[in-house]
Design a protein around this ligand. Sequence first.
Ligand code: ZN
Length: 425
Amino acid sequence: MSKRKIQDSPVEDTERKKISTRDRSLYLDTINRKILDFDYEKVCCISLSSTNIYGCLVCNKYFRGRSMDSECFLHSINDDHHVFVNFDTLSFHILPENYQLDEQTASSLDDIRQQINPTYKDLKDIYHDTSLKRDLAGREYRPGFIGLSNFGANDYSNVILQVLAHVPPLRDYLLLYPEKLHKTKLVGKLSLLVRKMYSPNLFKSHLSAHELMQYVSSSTNKRFSLHHESEPKDFLMWLFNSMHKELVSELQNNLISSIFQGKVELPSGKSKFWMLTLTLPSVTLFKDGAKLEIPQVALEDLLAAKKYKIAKAPQFLTLYIKRKDDTQKIAGVNGSNINPTVVKFNPLQLKVDTHVYKLIANVVYSSGQNENYSLESENQAHYKIQVLDEVRNEWLEIDDLKVKPIEKDLLFLNQTYLQFWQKIA
Ligand SMILES: [Zn+2]
């Protein structure tokens, strides 16, 4: 009792403040930026709760917190870690003492806030800055062209998320208006991922779409997840439809259809489309030791063969080249059922009716280290993406985490799967 009285005296109080200020800065020294990443779904690693989640800035684990019986509080005592960030408010808290850092102290951690929730005032740098940046380990990276982790089977979704991050009108909207998107769960999470991808201040020069994909997995009853292969084009169609629905119902915004949707003229009338499907001539290759001749076909011929009558040309045209044919086994290339026909095209110009398009992204089957397919089974394919960096006028290939430049003139040599063309005339 008497002890408490002494502590409450003004002199002791000042003394206590001094100590706590010193402790506070000591605690801030324990923050380990090099291991921090905020890409994971915000759930408590012990209780699996998803509300009121804090990140430990010492060990990068997430906990529910911060009352005395919370996982976060116990972590601070058991592991002697003391600095936590609240993911909803971006406020910083010291535990177990349980006080919030004042705004002046917290502003010294603004770089951490920018990792959690990057924001953009304008798009000047996006459209003009040609520079490479460095992460905390000194690795160079190009903002916007960031490798995404593969958890075992999600290269199919990584390539699609990369595409969406490189369609300028969609990208710009996702970068500039996160506050409008707080009601949109799917588009809001995509916005967060894309804002991280373009950050010039990344702690680590790679990211993961874990948080977005966990949401997708639960809202599709695991139809699309990190752990099961799917067709990229199926994931894309689901995304187009789901994002469109969400933006229309929450914000009365038809951005997605205005960018990607076109109309074709059919005998039965006009029909909307998100994507045009192209079929390859069938080939049969034999593994007889002889040199295999891989057929070549021009993309414009494939389009012409379909006799599509375009009633409304989309701003961004999505082409799907169907290479898997379940009815016809293509023997030869390591037992794969992927049609190896080379589709030739000019990335600078594709004529569709009276319109002219240029290529901005090319999703291809990845053939691994050697020239042959290194597919573990015939049903398991691996995808990578080639994407245009307009500001530097160069093409980059992104294969999960790996990012490297690629010659524009060599793009067609790959087993093209999906292409994204921008209307220029
Ligand atoms: Zn910790």
